[in-house]
Design a protein around this ligand. Structure first.
Ligand SMILES: Cc1ncc(COP(=O)(O)O)c(C=O)c1O
Length: 470
């Protein structure tokens, strides 16, 4: 039982400061989304941490370790490159302990997370996502530079900081073991920095003498599970690989040895799972929980009712209301929004190959690819891949712009704004409302991938006409 500064013995769940309230998260059984006859599945709701995510644990652990080693001194500035949650954890720990925080986030970070960081007093620097790891604007490089240039600056460095997996070895693992009375048989977690799955997994594996199996959950395109590193839509888990990255380094916080296997989960499945968790279980969870719970459900379906699967829910869906829970956002990418088929844009009438200009092309090469097309998407060049992922579109190559540009320049120096995208599963009304005043060609998306390029004539509602693809 915690003993407060007042000298009184505190009741359970009464804490003397915000940092003491980190951890101690509940396990909640999933009752409706699980398959009959399979294992029990318990979700560990890390969203109940004071900062709303699993990252509060490592924020406190990294700060305490840096204070102990003298790297972080009173009045110092904590700096981190993060997709948001670690920054939120650090900002609240910093507020509780009297430090300044600077957080560098990639531009795909949700608006909600950025607003929370600012509300907690952190200085937020937004940098373009999708940069190769050696690029000076890459999240981690920019954070390292700010830390080095700030007097009293300390870079938390969650990717390579041993205090990250250590936090889970010391707290998350023992909590799960105690909460399940040692009955846990399988542990599932997403892999971002790898801290959660490695630290918790190592503890559970040791304490159970190898009985607990540790399963990593990974976005389908992520390189951890064998994907080619193409972009995907679930933020904060997996490992994106920029095609220009020469040496792809994995975080030291990730120890693949701890895992018995990796389950790969596509964006569409993750979106479907979080929608079901909200509507059928009353659990509003983030996108990375969609990846890990989808994996846990697969694992549980193969097991017996005597088995106990524990899966980490890293954060709440509240941080993603403008993304995964926004019909417009999900629908325009071609994911399912539950609209009746008769009302959707549909894909049946459109066919053809998709033309695109690779980001390595010169203006002259782009013009050749364009031919007589008015515009085509410029896409991150990924050798060997002909699939255009919407998230890898950098902008548009437009005939009128490029004919006036120096022919030897890179096309990326003369980009027009990206062409509008319409999803095959969104309603025609939603698509028409968004595109009514936009005369440009339209890209048609199916589960995040472009399948056609259309010219439009909009008479009587929406009439889509397939025009040309290069
Ligand atoms: C929402 C969310 N889910 C999952 C993860 C991945 O956890 P870890 O970095 O411990 O692998 C993160 C990490 O940033 C996260 O923010």
């Amino acid at each position: 039982m915690p003993v407060g500064r007042t000298g009184l013995v505190a009741a359970p769940q009464v804490f003397e400061s915000v940092v003491d309230a980190i951890g101690h998260t509940p396990l909640v059984r999933l009752n409706r989304v699980t398959a009959a006859g399979g294992a029990a599945v318990y979700a560990k709701l890390e969203s109940t941490n004071p900062g709303g995510s699993v990252k509060d644990r490592i924020a406190l652990s990294m700060v305490r370790a840096a204070e102990a080693s003298g790297e972080l001194r009173p009045g110092g500035t904590i700096v981190e490159g993060t997709s948001g949650n670690t920054g939120i954890g650090l900002a609240l720990v910093a507020a509780g302990l009297g430090y300044r925080t600077v957080v560098v986030v990639p531009d795909k970070t949700s608006r909600e997370k950025i607003a929370i960081l600012r509300a907690l007093g952190a200085e937020v620097r937004v940098t373009p996502g999708g940069r190769p790891t050696h690029h000076p604007e890459h999240v981690r490089n920019l954070a390292a530079r700010i830390a080095a240039e700030t007097p009293g600056g300390w870079l938390a460095g969650q990717y390579d900081n041993p205090a990250n997996p250590e936090a889970h070895y010391r707290t998350t693992g023992p909590e799960i073991w105690k909460q399940t009375g040692g009955r846990v048989t399988h542990f599932v977690a997403g892999i971002g920095t790898g801290g959660t799955v490695s630290g918790t997994g190592r503890y559970l594996s040791e304490v159970s003498e190898g009985r607990v199996q540790v399963i990593g959950a990974d976005p389908e395109h992520s390189v951890y599970g064998g994907g080619d590193g193409r972009a995907y839509y679930i933020e904060a888990v997996g490992h994106f690989r920029h095609p220009e990255t020469v040496e792809d380094e994995w975080p030291q916080s990730y120890d693949p040895e701890v895992l018995s296997r990796i389950e790969r989960v596509g964006d569409a499945e993750a979106f479907a799972v979080i929608a079901r968790l909200a509507r059928e279980e009353g659990l509003l969870v983030g996108g990375s929980a969609g990846v890990s719970v989808a994996a846990a459900l697969r694992v549980a379906a193969e097991l017996s009712p005597d088995d106990v699967v524990v899966v980490i829910v890293p954060d709440s869906g509240r941080s993603y209301l403008s993304k995964y829970f926004d019909e417009d956002w999900v629908g325009r990418l071609g994911f399912d929004v539950g609209a009746p088929a008769a009302e959707t844009v549909g894909a049946e009438s459109w066919s053809g190959t998709v033309g695109f200009v690779p980001s390595t092309a010169t203006v002259a090469e782009a013009l050749e690819i364009l031919g007589d097309a008015a515009a085509l998407p410029v896409v991150l060049a990924r050798p060997g891949s002909t699939e255009v992922v919407v998230a890898e579109i950098l902008g548009a190559a437009v005939l009128s712009t490029l004919t006036a540009a120096p022919q030897g320049d890179l096309v990326t120096a003369h980009l027009d704004p990206p062409l509008p995208v319409v999803g095959i599963r969104e309603t025609r009304t939603a698509a028409a409302a968004r595109l009514a005043d936009d005369p440009r060609p339209v890209l048609l998306a199916d589960n995040g991938v472009i399948t056609a390029i259309l010219d439009r004539s909009m008479e009587e509602g929406v009439e889509w006409a397939f025009s040309r693809s290069a």
